[in-house]
Design a protein around this ligand. Structure first.
Ligand SMILES: *Cc1c(COP(=O)(O)O)cnc(C)c1O
Length: 432
């Protein structure tokens, strides 16, 4: 995040009066702890560190909370008491993502040699077919609370579609920015919702830098950029993945979780979500390991992890896993902390291994993942083979997007054969 833009970006006008964002009490700096009132700001005025939501969970009784969650809607809103949203959120027009399947992956486990229980948290079934609907749903509530009428973002593809769809459902304008060379599936998906979709000649990191500048310009200062000035709210949406995984395992924390890394936000918030469940007494306090997964062609966090560095050196991405192609990941250093603190690791796989893993997951479990899912499954395989991931422990692998969005990755897949509509032709082909 460019420091020179922090003050201008923070100057965006919040709505007058107080905002109702449920249990969210304030924004707190992750670096220095400085607290400021809830508003559309993302960087600490004292030290430029990232702001995140501080909650007032006082008075939440674990048994009562658990009952409330279990009787809630089959969407992320069952966790509304733990999110920065008003209590009546489920009644407003919203895509209501989440509560996606936790697939018990026994056949994949057998192929990988995992014996302790392997699960795929399959987020491809969200309304716009990626995990991004979770984070956008939170940002939308913040945008409403602050009175923004245009939703925007910089996107590696999936976020563009999620923002376009959420804005359409909510009756807001959207104007989103993407690198000009994304997969057709993502461009079409983002455009069909009718908002403005702007290709930028550059990488995602160029797009993101441009958005930080736009926020300081009069044209953009009244816009809600879901992953810039609304980032503290947006980021909280990823906690719901941790909540759902634990609830779907019978209110139990898995031993190992394999998470894809783009900016690293999702991984840090999954950790935050697990720690919240533990401190609220909703799950037993037991150790867990978080593993980060990147593509070799964009592996700044994995490189830093392997080299034992605390800082992440930016890279220029070149990989088929475009949804993860962030060369300068904002949350990279926090990901390193979490991987090291929990005893996990950060690993990367080649594009060829990503494609193999997409096919492996599809063939064994009937789950067609986008390239990001190929990254997590491929990294899981690599970590089991190298003995870093313990095959005897319960392991959850995230699939964060739908394979239909990245068809090119497996474009050489096709017909087994073509026959004439006759039994003779069928038998000649050796099919039965
Ligand atoms: C955005 C995205 C992620 C993770 O993003 P973070 O920036 O690390 O939170 C993972 N998978 C897919 C498919 C995505 O689109």
């Amino acid at each position: 995040m460019a420091v020179q833009t922090v003050e201008s970006a923070n100057a965006a006008t919040p709505a007058a009066g107080s905002v109702d964002l449920g249990p969210a009490a304030a924004l707190s700096c992750r670096e220095c702890g400085h607290r400021v009132p809830l508003g559309p700001v993302f960087a600490c005025e004292e030290c430029f560190g990232p702001l995140e939501i501080a909650y007032d969970f006082a008075g939440l009784d674990a048994a009562e909370l658990r009952r409330r969650i279990e009787s809630g809607p089959a969407s992320i809103w069952r966790y509304a008491p733990l999110l920065p949203v008003p209590a009546d959120v489920a009644g407003k027009p919203n895509l209501n993502p989440g509560w996606t399947p936790l697939v018990r992956a026994d056949r994949l486990a057998a192929e990988l040699g995992v014996t302790g229980g392997l699960f795929v948290k399959d987020d491809s079934g969200n309304p716009t077919h990626s995990f991004k609907d979770r984070v956008v749903a939170q940002a939308l509530e913040a945008a409403r609370a602050f009175g923004f009428t245009t939703l925007s973002c910089s996107s590696t593809g999936n976020l563009a579609g999620a923002v376009g769809a959420a804005a359409a459902r909510a009756g807001l304008r959207s104007c989103v920015f993407i690198p000009h060379d994304l997969e057709q599936g993502k461009v079409v998906m983002a455009a069909v919702y009718g908002g403005d979709l702007v290709g930028i000649e550059g990488t995602y990191d160029d797009v993101n830098r441009f958005c930080s500048e736009l926020i300081g310009d009069p044209a953009g200062e009244s816009w809600g950029f879901v992953n810039v000035n609304l980032r503290p709210y947006y980021a909280e949406g990823s906690k719901t993945l941790a909540y759902e995984i634990c609830e779907q395992l019978g209110w139990r924390v898995p031993d190992q979780i394999v998470v894809p890394i783009a900016s690293g936000s999702q991984l840090t918030k999954i950790d935050k979500g697990l720690r919240e469940l533990i401190s609220l007494g909703l799950v037993e306090d037991r150790p867990y390991k978080i593993f980060g997964a990147q593509a070799e062609g964009c592996s700044p966090v994995a490189a830093a992890f392997k080299a034992g560095h605390d800082v992440v050196r930016p890279q220029k991405p070149d990989t088929i896993a475009k949804s993860l192609a962030i060369g300068n990941p904002a949350d990279g250093p926090y990901v390193l902390d979490i991987a090291r603190r929990t005893g996990g690791a950060v690993e990367d796989v080649t594009d060829a291994q990503i494609v193999d893993a997409i096919r492996l997951l599809a063939r064994t479990e009937g789950v067609f993942a986008e390239t990001a899912g190929g990254v997590t499954v491929g990294v899981t395989r690599k970590l089991v083979e190298s003995g870093v991931l313990d095959p005897a422990l319960t392991t959850v692998v995230l699939n964060t997007g739908d394979g239909l969005k990245t068809l090119d990755a497996v474009a050489d897949t096709g017909l087994t054969t073509t026959i004439r509509p006759s039994l003779e032709s069928f038998h000649a082909a050796g099919l039965g």
